[in-house]
Design a protein around this ligand. Structure first.
Ligand SMILES: [Fe+2]
Ligand SMILES: [Fe+2]
Length: 410
């Protein structure tokens, strides 16, 4: 047991970090990582209460991760379980009590819950000790459940979770629950902003924007690591990019319904009006009061630029709509931004958005086959898209495909 003063200090620092993260998915991963470090747990998961069920949202497992090729991430599928006494996490969500089980395969016949060994059977992993903690908000409502698996001693042997850790981990869980509520609020505000923004537009569903946000951070992470960008910087950028990418089309607020809701392809004139959503979106963030504003400004403005310079709206001032001096074409229009003139956030959201649009059904088209989508993206490397970003996209592809399962079309 490490000196408890040291551990309390460590906890306070972790809480401080939790208050800084804005995005829900990243926050959940972070909470799980810190809770595992704190208890020296090999694995763990987080469930979040959604529609009166527990939704499996985050999963980490050092043993299984170490068996993967370098740079690959653990894939898991999202599912929901009922909040009732039959499962361990359901029981904890219902009772609001912490549950410390030394060996899940040796449960007393008197307890109502049982251990579901399906995951162990599929993965070849062996669960022994398990600490399941309710995540309660300030009103005492359960927002989720944190489950830590296989505590280890210094020799890395699996041991039961320490009783004396329970109060500290409960304290941590409390701070985590508050951070989760705040992140949910931020995400809901963004979804509300998107819904209000006339994304009344049937193609811009909450599921679409959530997927684009998640794809963008996965591609960005692979790309940024290869560029040698500092880990901490990558982490911070992921947090703001996740939310900014969700807002990519928020400028559609300024597009008339007659065009926005047209159940067919646009005429060239309509298409020109539609293109305005880039700078109208940027205007919403033009004061750029925070890093999130700054990122949202960039993403709105640049997500339809092309690497070869043939995209839109190009080098314009989003407020005056005049070309930036020195970037006028011969007919007085704005030159398209090209190559690295486009911010990495713009380049990455371009791929994420197109990938999702092609893979999904639209009023004027069916969903394309996976083969056709991937061939198109590969062919557009160096034309529509940054070739390095395309490479990163393919490296992250298994994770990306897994995300679409997490955010299915309602
Ligand atoms: Fe767009
Ligand atoms: Fe979109």
């Amino acid at each position: 047991m490490i000196d408890s003063n040291f551990r309390i200090k460590e906890l306070l620092e972790i809480n401080q970090e939790l208050t800084q993260l804005k995005d829900l998915d990243l926050l959940l991963d972070h909470i799980l990582k810190k809770a595992r470090m704190f208890t020296n747990a090999d694995a763990g998961s987080i469930y979040i209460v959604e529609n009166e069920k527990l939704r499996f949202k985050s999963n980490q497992n050092d043993t299984l991760s170490s068996r993967l090729p370098k740079g690959k991430k653990l894939i898991f599928s999202s599912f929901s379980i009922p909040i009732d006494n039959r499962s361990i996490s359901g029981y904890v969500a219902l009772s609001g009590e912490i549950l410390n089980i030394p060996d899940v395969y040796k449960l007393s016949p008197n307890v109502p819950y049982h251990f579901d060994s399906t995951y162990d059977e599929i993965s070849g992993y062996k669960t022994h000790s398990m600490l399941t903690i309710p995540l309660k908000n300030q009103q005492g409502n359960i927002v989720g459940v944190l489950q830590l698996i296989n505590a280890r001693n210094q020799k890395l042997e699996i041991i039961p979770f320490l009783r004396e850790d329970e109060p500290l981990i409960l304290y941590f869980a409390n701070a985590a629950a508050i951070a989760i509520e705040r992140a949910k609020l931020t995400r809901n505000m963004i979804i509300r902003m998107i819904n209000m923004a006339g994304l009344r537009d049937p193609k811009e569903t909450g599921a679409h924007v959530n997927r684009v946000g998640s794809y963008a951070v996965e591609i960005y992470e692979v790309w940024a690591k290869k560029q040698g960008i500092d880990e901490n910087q990558i982490y911070r950028n992921k947090d703001i990019l996740r939310l900014a990418a969700m807002l990519h089309d928020v400028g559609k607020v300024a597009i008339p319904d007659s065009i926005l809701k047209k159940p067919a392809r646009f005429t060239p004139e309509e298409y020109d009006v539609m293109k305005g959503h880039t700078f109208y979106g940027a205007r919403l963030f033009s004061e750029r009061l925070s890093e999130l504003d700054e990122a949202s400004y960039i993403v709105s403005l640049e997500h339809h630029e092309r690497w070869d310079g043939k995209g839109y709206p190009g080098h314009i001032n989003p407020v005056t709509l005049k070309p930036v001096t020195g970037y006028e074409t011969q007919d007085g229009k704005a030159k398209g931004k090209a190559g690295t003139e486009i911010h990495p956030f713009g380049r990455v959201v371009a791929i994420a958005d197109v990938y999702d649009a092609l893979s999904s059904k639209r009023v004027y088209k069916e969903a394309w086959s996976e083969d056709r989508v991937l061939t198109t993206i590969r062919e557009e490397a160096g034309k529509q898209f940054d070739a390095d970003m395309v490479e990163a996209f393919f490296e992250a592809l298994d994770v990306i495909k897994n995300i679409s399962e997490k955010y299915p079309e309602e």
